[in-house]
Design a protein around this ligand. Sequence first.
Ligand SMILES: NC(=O)c1ccc[n+]([C@@H]2O[C@H](COP(=O)([O-])OP(=O)(O)OC[C@H]3O[C@@H](n4cnc5c(N)ncnc54)[C@H](O)[C@@H]3O)[C@@H](O)[C@H]2O)c1
Length: 267
Amino acid sequence: MSEPIALARFAGKTALVTGGASGLGLASARRLLREGARVALADINAHALRNVVKELAQPPGHVSQHMLDVTDAAQVEAVVQEAWQTHGAIDVLVNSAGISYQGSVLDTPIEAWRRVLDINLSGSYLCTQAVARRMVQRRQGRIVMIASISGQQVWSGRAAYCASKGGVLALAKSCAIDLAPFGITVNSVSPGPIETAQTAALHGPVIRQAIVHATPMARYGQADEVADAIAFLASDDARFVNGHDLVVDGGLTSAAILYDLKQNPQA
Ligand SMILES: NC(=O)c1ccc[n+]([C@@H]2O[C@H](COP(=O)([O-])OP(=O)(O)OC[C@H]3O[C@@H](n4cnc5c(N)ncnc54)[C@H](O)[C@@H]3O)[C@@H](O)[C@H]2O)c1
């Protein structure tokens, strides 16, 4: 077995990660830091943000923290400006701020619908716009949106979430086309179920069992497995990949019917 290659694809680069205080955002921040990036972590949860910055224990100047509600255009503009000034530029944007919501279309209140769309879709739009307006001047940049397999194959009782993620997929492709002439690529990652605070809060035993049963790899993914995919799309290894959605789901969306032929030879 050959030794793993120590990559340093982000040396001298800065990434702004929204939703960076938890889950997939935090895992991406860790991954990018490991490869030499400086990271601006932005999140609405100030307490969690403070704790993770302490925990990351990076040399001074490597990590900055920014309180941000991605639904507030003025805050987005101020934070992007602040992060740009602190680090000198933003080379990579990871849009990971997001929430989930469980409820049938029959009883999802309009306020919940609006909140999910506002954070997951409009938040990604606002952050992308604010960062891209500055990236175009340097004619370079990488933007990665976190969509979901739920944007393409919907789940029971998730109308608002699925609609928001379908929107994120279309937004990523639209941004890819609009920003390509400026040397900026925009791609999305569509994770399947991953062990994070979001799934811990929402997935009870029935959902968990259904998911593991339907997944060829028979497990949930780990946050670092999604972070690896994000790092690829954010790196120059993906310089000609644009408008692509990278599914990270252990085969879940490829499988229609699953059974074990070894255990059931007559199946
Ligand atoms: N965990 C999964 O299985 C999974 C699967 C597919 C897609 N996703 C998507 O990945 C993204 C990250 O999810 P996660 O699982 O890491 O969840 P998480 O709850 O662990 O992290 C989400 C982060 O977003 C922050 N946030 C929420 N609202 C915000 C706002 N208005 N402004 C700024 N920050 C805000 C939260 O404080 C939190 O730190 C979400 O968009 C989610 O929909 C997750």
